[in-house]
Design a protein around this ligand. Structure first.
Ligand code: FAS
Ligand code: PHB
Length: 390
């Protein structure tokens, strides 16, 4: 088989890149380890920056997002039984975020790819990448036990943190940076009306909470839990009780509980791999970086990587220019590190760290009190939350 751009991974990064390349007349093929149903079954991100919304529109997949998505002009910080609104629109000259789940984004992209008749090899096993340091890269994989070889001009590694792309790069030419947080997020999805019309990020001595949503009738909640916890330790009843405790009686009075449609624990890490290009192999999205989800940056960083790669490959094929390709990694990393910093800062501010020195707890508290009292501090938070320019 042959294509111009081989994309490894059919998550949001791979699907969005495939759609944009197709619209630019650049042939592409996606190989995905899992089934389409499995990919759709993963419940992840929920907040899109305006630049991500614009790129999804550019890819021609924005219709359902604009019909179903919820535009949010602010969110709340809750601590000590009080809630403080961060007015994103007032602090950023009118910017908002779009609340629209990653599952919906992935479905919209999958349907667009299928209706364009673009090739996606699902359940591709033992994907291996070769020759990306030459002008003739290729991949091998097994489809229903039969080995196939795919020759291409470029490989886009969109296969997430555990993918084969970054793992295929010789250790001597890649530098990684990682911080593992000593807790995870237990997420619950339920067909219940959200406890509030905007997101609430809560700091409580028992741990962080996040009240989010997918629609006016579907809620997404998160609890900070120890890394030793397993999903089976958490019955629905235990989850709702703990959430109510951490929210406090006033907010919990508005909490509508119901059966979990999905419950999962995600570990939290900050991770960056440098550089993001190795000859004719490019890393994009979670394959190159991970942020703790507190700042809602993961999916949005994947989108900006895809934007830069789409531009670079378009210049290559249209104008025979290498400029975008040469500049890809530095361009991505400049934005990635700013989002890593914001996500680390917001996570450190809102989570409880067991056995932390007493002074650290005092410093976190004073930072929260400064934040809610200072329009300047809130402006910094707001401009990072809505997304820094591309
Ligand atoms: P993905 O991991 O989504 O997709 C990679 C794809 O590559 C997968 O479909 C995988 O099956 C495939 N793949 C892997 N190895 C392969 C191989 N060898 N061959 C072929 N295919 C292979 N972000 C937020 O903003 N908010 C959140 O609340 C949030 N929660 C998250 C929870 C979890 C458990 C995880 C893991 C991430 C979460 N994220 C969150 C971040 C998430 O949204 C990512 O940023 C987003 O999925 C990135 O998309 P991709 O880069 O496409 O990577
Ligand atoms: C979500 O709705 O899944 C979500 C929203 C905001 C975040 C993280 C996750 O910061």
């Amino acid at each position: 088989m042959r294509t111009q751009v081989l994309i490894v991974g059919a998550g949001p990064s791979g699907l969005l890149l495939g759609q944009l390349l197709h619209k630019a007349g650049i042939e592409n093929l996606i190989v995905e380890r899992q089934s389409g149903g499995y990919v759709l079954g993963r419940i992840r991100a929920g907040v899109l920056e305006q630049t991500t919304v614009d790129l999804l529109d550019e890819a021609g997949v924005g219709a359902r997002m604009h019909a179903k998505g919820l535009l949010h002009g602010g969110f709340e910080l809750a601590f000590d039984g009080k809630r403080h609104r961060i007015d994103l629109q007032a602090l950023t000259g009118g910017k908002s975020v779009m609340v629209y789940g990653q599952t919906d984004v992935t479905r919209d992209l999958m349907e667009a790819r299928a209706s364009a008749g673009l090739p996606t090899l699902y359940e591709a096993q033992d994907v291996s990448l070769h020759g990306f340091d030459s002008d003739a890269p290729f991949a091998r994989c097994k489809m229903a036990g039969k080995e196939i070889e795919i020759r291409c001009d470029f490989i886009a590694g969109c296969d997430g943190y555990h993918g084969v792309s970054r793992a295929s790069v010789p250790a001597a030419v890649i530098q990684t940076y990682e911080k593992i947080y000593p807790f995870g997020w237990l997420g619950l999805l339920s067909d219940t009306s959200p406890v509030s019309h905007e997101l609430i990020y809560g700091r409580h001595e028992r741990g962080f909470t996040l009240c989010s949503m997918r629609s006016q009738t579907r809620s997404r909640y998160y609890l900070q839990v120890p890394l030793s916890d397993r999903v089976e330790d958490w019955s629905d009843a235990r989850f709702w009780d703990e959430l109510a405790q951490r929210l406090g009686s006033e907010t919990a009075a508005g909490l509508v509980t119901g059966p979990a449609l999905e419950k999962s624990i995600a570990p939290l890490r900050s991770f960056v791999a440098e550089p993001m290009r190795f000859g004719r192999l490019f890393l994009a999205g979670d394959a190159a970086h991970i942020v703790p989800p507190t700042g809602a940056k993961g999916l949005n960083l994947a989108a900006s990587d895809v934007y830069y790669l789409w531009q670079a490959l378009g210049e290559h094929y249209r104008e025979q220019s290498q400029a975008g390709i040469e500049h890809y990694s530095a361009r991505c990393l400049s934005r990635i590190w700013k989002a890593e910093r914001f996500s680390w800062w917001f996570t450190s501010l809102m989570h409880t760290f067991k056995n932390e020195p007493a002074i650290d707890a005092k410093l976190h508290r004073s930072e929260l009190e400064y934040l809610i009292s200072s329009p300047a501090a809130q402006t910094v938070m707001a401009e990072n939350y809505v997304g820094l320019p591309w």
